[in-house]
Design a protein around this ligand. Structure first.
Ligand SMILES: Cc1cc2nc3c(=O)[nH]c(=O)nc-3n(C[C@H](O)[C@H](O)[C@H](O)COP(=O)(O)OP(=O)(O)OC[C@H]3O[C@@H](n4cnc5c(N)ncnc54)[C@H](O)[C@@H]3O)c2cc1C
Length: 434
């Protein structure tokens, strides 16, 4: 089937790669990003890109740097992240995509459904307008993707960003600090550079004019004493720019012939640091959903339900843990920035239902299919496989006394012993009753 993917960030490229692997003919519309930035990736992004067969883009990542934080005034150093210039990362992804997709330097201008096909009006890099027809459209245009119907949105948030020359004042590292008006992330990659991102309440449009942006930024930067000290001898290298950072999610990210993926479906507060991971994880789910809708029409409704519920529940889980993190900063609970984020989303009665076996849609070899899963309060969509081990079958074997440990479980289910051991350890933590 012919599929158009609009957008060549991680969500678009991974979805395109998976759909091509499933046998579809994919065209990617690639337009330059409107804002450039430096980001930090966790090891889960690295794993996701490898799983997607896009390991070559990892060459753009710098070596892991230590993370330092002064959240709620407590200085601590924990973990590491890998810094990356988004334009070079996206260029590497796009270069890799030429292996499996037809690449068009063009923007999607509009799309309309015509019976069983989608007509996409595109504007090429040279400015010519033309129409492409396809069986399905993937909207991976990021946060700026227009439309999308009803959305849930968090407090309006903007990140102001600036690059500096810093010489050898600091070793490669990242630094997180808070102030009454927001939080700041200083990233120091290799080569004597630094990148400061200050996240505050507001919308990018309200900050018109470069001069105004620069002076607002410098005044804000002075409110983070630890970071300001690190930048005491730094020289600004480029003007300040703004990135929209409000968390938002579509209530119906997938419809009959159009599916939104990545930030176009579900955009997180950058505090989460999981945006690219969720874009990649969502891309695997998107590809299986579209593949099912196109090639197994009897399961179309199941696939739509699976994808839309996945977007909603992932968003709910991420924003709930975001709220808990904001609540850990206790010094300015009444300041507008903190009070809005400590109280959003509104608290709901916790789901205290016990773990149970239910039938739910899962991703099975590139399709959405129903299977028995174990639903827990932490995993409301349910767990089907743990490390490749079917957990319901494992639990039944355990309950019947047919297995007594990892070796017998591995033999009964035909899985590796270490995987069986990890799945058994997980079962032991959830206390599922017979
Ligand atoms: C301030 C800030 C800091 C962040 N920091 C981190 C971080 O440290 N770690 C992390 O993991 N995530 C971070 N994120 C989140 C991360 O940037 C996104 O979650 C991720 O890029 C989403 O990928 P995507 O492919 O959905 O969208 P994008 O990466 O935004 O890609 C969308 C693509 O669509 C293209 N496009 C736009 N319009 C059109 C059109 N009309 N036609 C064709 N193409 C179009 C764009 O040019 C772009 O290439 C941050 C986000 C913000 C706002």
């Amino acid at each position: 089937m012919r599929i158009i993917v609009a957008g060549s960030g991680p969500a678009g490229i991974v979805t395109a790669g998976e759909l091509a692997r499933l046998g579809h003919q994919v065209t990617i519309l690639a337009a330059p990003r409107s804002s450039d930035g430096l980001e930090g990736f966790s090891f889960r992004v690295v794993e996701g890109l490898r799983a997607a067969g896009l390991g070559e883009a990892l060459a753009e990542l710098e070596a892991p740097v230590p993370r330092h934080s002064a959240w709620n005034g407590h200085a601590q150093s924990a973990g590491s992240e890998q810094l990356i210039e988004r334009t070079s990362f996206d260029a590497a992804l796009l270069a890799a995509a030429s292996r499996f997709a037809d690449l068009r330097p063009a923007r999607l201008a509009a799309a309309a459904r015509r019976g069983e096909t989608i007509a996409a009006r595109i504007v090429t890099a040279e400015g010519a307008t033309t129409t492409l027809n396809a069986d399905f459209l993937i909207d991976a245009r990021g946060r700026g993707a227009p439309g999308g119907g009803r959305k849930q949105s968090g407090p309006a948030t903007v990140a102001l960003c600036r690059r500096y020359d810093i010489g050898n004042a600091l070793l490669p590292s990242t630094w997180l600090e808070t102030s009454p008006r927001g939080w700041a992330w200083l990233a120091v990659p290799e080569n004597g550079r630094a990148y400061l991102q200050i996240t505050v309440a507001g919308k990018p449009d309200a900050l018109s004019g470069r001069r105004q942006l620069d002076s607002v930024f410098e005044a804000l930067a002075a409110e983070f004493p630890g970071i300001a000290a690190h930048l005491a001898k730094a020289t600004p290298k480029a003007p300040v720019f703004a990135r929209l950072s409000t968390a938002s999610a579509c209530e119906e990210a997938a419809r009959e012939r159009v599916l939104r993926v990545g930030d176009a479906a579900l955009a997180l507060d950058p505090l989460s640091g999981h945006g690219v991971f969720e874009a990649i994880a969502g891309a695997f789910a998107a590809a299986a959903t579209v593949n099912t809708m196109l090639c197994r029409p009897r399961d179309r409704a199941l696939a739509l339900r699976f994808y839309n519920e996945r977007v909603r529940s992932t968003f709910a889980a991420r924003v709930t843990s975001g709220r808990a993190y904001y609540q850990q900063e206790e010094r300015w609970p009444g300041a507008p920035f903190w009070s809005a984020r400590r109280n959003w989303p509104p608290e709901e009665a916790a789901d205290v239902s016990s773990p149970a076996i239910q039938r739910r849609p899962v991703i099975d070899h590139g399709f959405i299919a129903e299977a028995e899963v174990i639903v827990t309060p932490e995993e409301p969509r349910g767990v089907w496989l743990r490390d490749g081990v079917p957990v319901v079958a494992l639990w039944r074997l355990l309950e019947s006394g047919a297995i007594d440990g990892p070796e017998t479980a591995a033999q009964a289910l035909g899985v590796p012993v270490p995987a069986a051991a990890r799945a058994l350890a997980w079962l032991a933590t959830i206390k599922l009753r017979g």
